[in-house]
Every structure is written in C-alpha cells, then in structure tokens.
Design a protein around this ligand. Sequence first.
Ligand SMILES: [Zn+2]
Length: 236
Amino acid sequence: MRVKPLAAPVEVEPPRSGEDASDCVACATPDDAYIWISERWRVRAMDRPTGLPMVLILECRSHLDLGDLPNLLAAELGVMTVRLERAIRSLDGVARVHVNRWGDGSAHLHLWFLARPYGRLQLRGTFLSLWDDILPVIPEQQWRENLALVAAWLAGFGGEAIAEPPHIQWEAPSTITYSPAANSNEPSPSTPEEEDQRPATLGDIESAKTDSTPPPTIAAESGAIDKPTAQPQATT
Ligand SMILES: [Zn+2]
C-alpha cells in the first residue's frame, strides 16, 4: 500500500453531473424509482442492498442545490432530515445515522443517510461510506423490509410510501429450486429468527442463499404490514 500522491489543483473544475436541469438524472427519474414521495421531496434507496443496514438519499423535487433553497424548502429540509434520522435509527441493529451532503458529483441537492450497525465501533466516524462497499451485503429480504418500514414511517406524516414490504410469495417452495447438494450440507432448515440475523461473513451469505426457507406464516405476513403503520404514531 502506498499513499496516493497529491495531484496539482486544476485551473477550472469540470461541471458536475446534471449541472444543467435538462440533463439532470434526479429530475428525469420517475416517482416509482423512489421509496417515498411527497409534493416537494423524494427519498430513494440504492438499487440493491449494500453492506450497511440502510443507505438512503433525500432529494428535493426542484432542481436546486443546498445553498439555492428558498426558505420554505430550507425549513422543510430540516424537518425531513430529523424525520429520516428517526425512521432509520428505529430499525433493528442501527446505532447511529450519519447524514452527509458532499455535492461533488451531482448538482441536484441530495442528502445521504447512512446507518451505522449497532456495536460496530470500528465504523464510527468519517469512513462509514467506504465501509459500505467493503462489508458483506445484507440479506435482500431484510433490506426490503427496512425500506418498507422507513417509507411507512415517512408516510405517517404525509406523502406516499412507494416501497412495500417484500412479497413473500417468491419464497414459496413451489417457485424455488434448491440444489440437493447445498441442502445436504444443512443439518436442519433455519428458523425465521435465524433468517433475520445479519451474516457475519460472506460465507454466511452464500449459505443463506441456498438455505431452505420455511413457508411464510400468516403471522409473519401480517406482522410486516402492521409494524409500519404502528410506528409513525409512536413518535408524534
Ligand atoms: Zn435536477
């Protein structure tokens, strides 16, 4: 490992992505790509689960950067920031929510919310976004449940939740094929509690992929639906 040499400063910085509203990705992205939307704000997730329990981006609908916000949007940004922090911190296994605005890549205002896993003291501080690329990816089911919980939490105050709890049907035994070799390595099917646990290593994720998952129960399904509607009221 060698320290990267410091490059000379450029005379003129290159334009950021979407500097012109006509080719701005955020402005061109439809609402259904977001997990929650309102009249003036939208929240989106990454396109797939990553290493942290939750990574979300808050955007205003208007093509503005942070310093350009009129007072109404500036005030709402404060409210939205607090609301999102609470929603993400309420998720199981989240100790802290880092809030970042870098603004070096895209011109359209976007605030990052990164959940630090509970107990992972090594992840404290400025390197959390880099750890997101290094850590084992969290299970997709858990990620989708977390997205639905946050979306429902926000919708409890207004706007519309787009993310839904995962449809459990795709796990039904009739729609899934397991390799017999993979199953023979498993002494017994894992319990729902075990499924909820975050893997400690990449190996755990690989084995989880080939696990035989018990068919969903009514209790599990209604629990996933009840939780989001109950939680927003708890904060008012
Ligand atoms: Zn834009």
